[in-house]
Design a protein around this ligand. Structure first.
Ligand code: AMP
Ligand code: ZN
Length: 472
């Protein structure tokens, strides 16, 4: 397959270090709050990549860290630790909120059909490994102590800015913040490997180290966990594009200095989900999470389809209108699959061209929208229903839209009786909602949507009006 590699900003043929095997590392969530649907855009597209590699027959090993210490409010080593901020907000300990939001993260992943990585490692469980890596970096002359902290010396590298797309605006932010923040740094771009002192000293979790009681910098966790779990040659490192600088740039600096050879070959970055206010982010407070989508009556898999409809290397703008469209598209898709006859054997010969087109689409830099087109083309085509069902099941190993399961459910519910009184009430609510939407009274429309969701009403806008059914 071909993937856009942020190192070169080019589509490159994917060739793993060891034939047939893929080592994949993903920067996990900072667990101080629920993950928002922007974060999940990244995890969703990474999930599709992982599943497509498995679909192609690769033996994939995927590792994810959980950031539960060291990620300060600014990515450039300044401000308060995000975890402590979350703990204060909720009057709980850092470990309590870490546990709570880690569980919440994986529950949301399940709802979005995102597979849990083979290995998940909380940063706080690997402190001795981080210390060992920092010691080696000091020994090799890539790190220095100043003002009680240990820093990585970026001046020792031939090349620090490794990514082809590092844009001067991003860099300027990082550089400016580090200059203002820390006069211990020899170079503007140096970063902290181990803190014993920082502008902020109220850290709750601290560990003994050769440099005194302290805690790790944010970047070291991913290098140390990845090298320990996946070895010195990493095939694919994933993350949202905001992680490219400084986080991934610093990961590369310290991993390659530690290992003494090139480390990760392909950098897979997902561009941001934006809303009307710009990049969706947790620090903005009132962000959209999976629970809110569900509260508004959306099936989380409609959000998955929404993400699959566009390319991961392009920014994606979120609006409820476009999510409504995806939700309708999802219902339609399920309806079409539900209409397929179950009898008969698949014609594997007839299936092959569709399989090839599907693999070609995803093999071309994970073109998920084209892969969906192949699915639509298949459903419209003249091949037998049994072949269609067989291919839907096959494609869904990667798309993970639960199409056959949802179709089963839809078919079972079709016969479910709704009393005439209940039907009339629902019709009345639908009319009220339509009127509220027309008047752009969004709070009223939302309240009615919530009520309909509570009654398990699933709606579908059609040219002739809203169609609905009960889905329990
Ligand atoms: P965090 O929990 O902040 O460390 O972020 C978790 C993941 O979500 C990282 O890979 C980020 O790069 C990614 N991410 C953050 N914001 C967005 C966004 N608006 N759209 C897509 N990915 C994002
Ligand atoms: Zn990371």
């Amino acid at each position: 397959m071909e993937l856009t590699n942020t190192l070169t900003m080019k589509k490159e043929a994917f060739v793993p270090h060891e034939p047939g095997k893929v080592n994949m590392y993903t920067c996990g969530p900072t667990v101080y709050h629920f993950a928002h649907i922007g974060n999940f855009r990244s995890y969703l597209m990474e999930d599709v990549l992982e599943k497509f590699l498995r679909y192609q027959g690769y033996d994939v090993r995927r590792v994810m860290n959980i950031t539960d210490v060291g990620h300060l409010s600014s990515d450039a080593d300044t401000g308060e630790d995000k975890m402590l901020k979350g703990a204060k907000r909720e009057h709980k300990s850092v470990m309590e909120i870490a546990q709570f939001y880690t569980n919440a993260f994986f529950k949301d992943c399940e709802k979005l059909n995102i597979r849990k990585p083979d290995t998940v490692v909380p940063a706080t469980s690997r402190i001795p490994d981080f210390i060992e890596m920092v010691e080696k970096l000091l020994e090799k002359g890539y790190a220095y102590q100043a003002g009680g902290n240990v820093y990585f010396d970026t001046g020792k590298l031939d090349k620090y800015y490794v990514f082809g797309n590092q844009n001067s605006e991003d860099l300027a932010v990082g550089v400016r913040e580090s200059v203002d923040a820390d006069e211990n740094k020899r170079n503007k771009t140096d970063f902290v490997l181990w803190f014993t002192k920082s502008k902020f000293d109220g850290q709750e979790l601290k560990w003994e180290s050769p440099w005194g009681l302290g805690y790790p910098g944010w970047h070291i966790e991913c290098s140390a966990i990845s090298v320990k779990e996946l070895g010195g040659y990493l095939d694919i490192h994933c993350g949202g594009i905001d992680n490219a600088f400084p986080h991934h740039t610093n990961e590369i600096a310290q991993s390659e200095a530690y290992l003494g050879h090139p480390w990760c070959k392909y950098w897979f970055h997902v561009l941001h989900l934006n809303d009307a206010r710009g990049k969706m982010s947790k620090s903005k407070g009132d962000f959209l999470d999976v629970a809110l989508l569900e509260k508004k009556g959306y099936n989380p898999l409609a959000y998955r389809l929404f993400c699959l409809q566009s390319h991961y290397r392009k920014p994606l703008t979120f609006s409820f209108e476009s999510l409504d469209n995806a939700a309708q598209a999802y219902q339609k898709l399920v309806g079409r699959v539900a209409a397929l006859a179950k009898e008969g054997e698949p014609d594997l010969e007839g299936a092959r061209p569709f399989q090839e087109k599907f693999a070609q689409a995803l093999g071309n830099d994970l073109n998920t929208s084209l892969a969906l087109t192949v699915l639509y083309d298949l459903l419209k085509s003249g091949v037998s229903d049994a072949t269609k069902r067989w291919l839907v099941a096959s494609f869904d190993q990667v798309l993970s839209l639960d199409l056959l399961e949802a179709a089963e459910k839809a078919a079972a519910q079709k016969g479910e009786a709704v009393s005439p009184e209940e039907a009339a009430e629902i019709e009345a609510l639908l009319e009220k909602r339509a009127a509220a939407r027309k008047a752009k009274d969004w709070p009223a429309a939302d309240a009615i949507r919530d009520e309909l969701a509570a009654r398990h009403v699933v709606m579908k806008d059609t040219p002739t009006g809203v169609e609905w059914h009960i889905e329990k």
